[in-house]
Write a protein that binds this ligand. Structure first.
Ligand code: CP3
Length: 341
């Protein structure tokens, strides 16, 4: 009999159970680093591709075939649920999500109604197809966390300092809370649709929350992320952000089973900051794929060694695969991780 995803190394590590080898997958493993992805995306807009189940299925499977990773991550984007409820936005190549009318006042809350599975039938269909195709390999569903989604809505696009977002957070705390509450409701429904269709785990991306000091994170952000994570407690939950060295403990306390760590904090230090009862995910610097082979191999082994301090370790990069990455370098990383120390 084929083993079930539940018995996989990836889900075992999430549950802090013994593993036959350290599991590995890569954030943004599906994407521009793969020539087969670039071919398939020719002539398709990103958001159209995300709404086409056959394309989503094929793109999600590409890195699993090529790299032999221990998990697939669903191909979509954090702004897909916002688009699905009617927010006028686009993903501009080389830029990222751009929102036509940025969020400014209480009236803008009306544009953020709750999401139902009927808004995203293409998500349900693609997840069902993928679960059937993947067999024993777990599928990770994902969504953007309220803070990071708020940043795109308030700034109107990608931002370095998140100044307008933080101005709203500090200047109009009631409107901020109402905005994050709406976004939490949308996010948890988007995750729920993926879980109900068969996703084995979820990752909540709070990519840009590293811009917030810990005390303000606890007061103004964490309760909303916690509400999302509590609503999906039937599967392992990974919570990740960039530049979150000062937030690692609090992000774990938001209710994650696994805390994702970027490359700035040595994994062993991250483990002690996060504290007991959590697995960790990370954290090879994504630029190390451009280093000589022996340097890359040494850094992979260092990461594995440091990961031993954790109750469970899922190997990953400290952020997404860079588009210029040579896929062969990632293949080598998977081989090294699976070979162990
Ligand atoms: O393989 C995977 O990890 C799954 C796919 C995935 C995408 N977006 C596909 C994508 C995931 C998990 C995301 C989440 C996402 N989207 C995040 C959180 C993860 C992170 O990187 O911190 C964020 C912040 C976004 C917003 C976003 N969407 C950005 C910043 C960009 C890049 C813009 C660019 O062109 O450089 C996108 C577009 C996007 N999402 C692409 C992909 C593969 C590139 C579009 C393309 O290939 O045409």
């Amino acid at each position: 009999m084929t083993p079930a995803p539940a018995e996989s190394a990836f889900l075992s590590a999430c549950r802090r159970e013994p593993v036959p080898h350290t599991p590995v997958w890569f954030m943004r493993q599906a994407g521009r680093a793969l020539p087969e992805y670039r071919r398939l995306r020719e002539g398709n807009q990103m958001l159209d591709a995300c709404a086409t189940p056959d394309l989503v299925t094929e793109i999600t499977l590409q890195p699993v075939r090529r790299y032999g990773v221990d998990a697939a991550i669903f191909f979509s984007d954090i702004v897909v649920p916002l688009k699905a409820i009617g927010v006028d936005l686009d993903i501009v190549p080389g830029v990222g999500p751009v929102v036509a009318a940025p969020f400014r006042t209480t009236r803008d809350l009306d544009r953020l109604r709750a999401l139902t599975p009927d808004d995203v039938p293409y998500i349900t269909e693609a997840v069902c197809n993928l679960v059937a195709e993947l067999g024993p390999i777990p599928l990770i569903g994902f969504a953007g966390a309220p803070f990071t989604l708020a940043s795109y809505l308030v700034e109107g696009g990608p931002s370095k300092n998140h100044a307008a977002t933080k101005a709203l957070m500090y200047g109009e705390p009631e409107l901020w809370a109402a905005l994050l509450d709406r976004l939490a409701t949308i996010t948890l429904s988007f995750l729920r649709a993926q879980i109900d269709a068969g996703a084995s785990a979820v990752q909540l991306f709070d990519s840009w929350v590293g811009a917030v000091p810990a005390a303000d994170y606890r007061a103004l952000v964490q309760p909303h992320s916690a509400r999302v994570l509590a609503a999906v407690s039937d599967v392992p939950r990974i919570h990740f952000g960039v530049g979150t060295g000062e937030l690692l403990h609090d992000m774990g306390q938001a209710g994650a089973d696994v805390v994702g760590v970027d490359w700035r904090v040595p994994l062993s230090q991250a483990v002690s900051r996060i504290g007991p009862g959590k697995a960790v995910q990370g954290n090879l610097d994504p630029t190390l794929v451009f280093a000589p082979d022996d340097v890359l191999a040494r850094k992979v082994r260092e990461t594995l060694e440091q990961g031993k301090a954790a109750e469970g370790h899922i190997f990953n990069l400290g952020h997404g695969v860079l588009p210029e990455t040579d896929p062969d370098a990632l293949l080598r990383v998977v081989e090294l991780v699976h070979a162990g120390l």
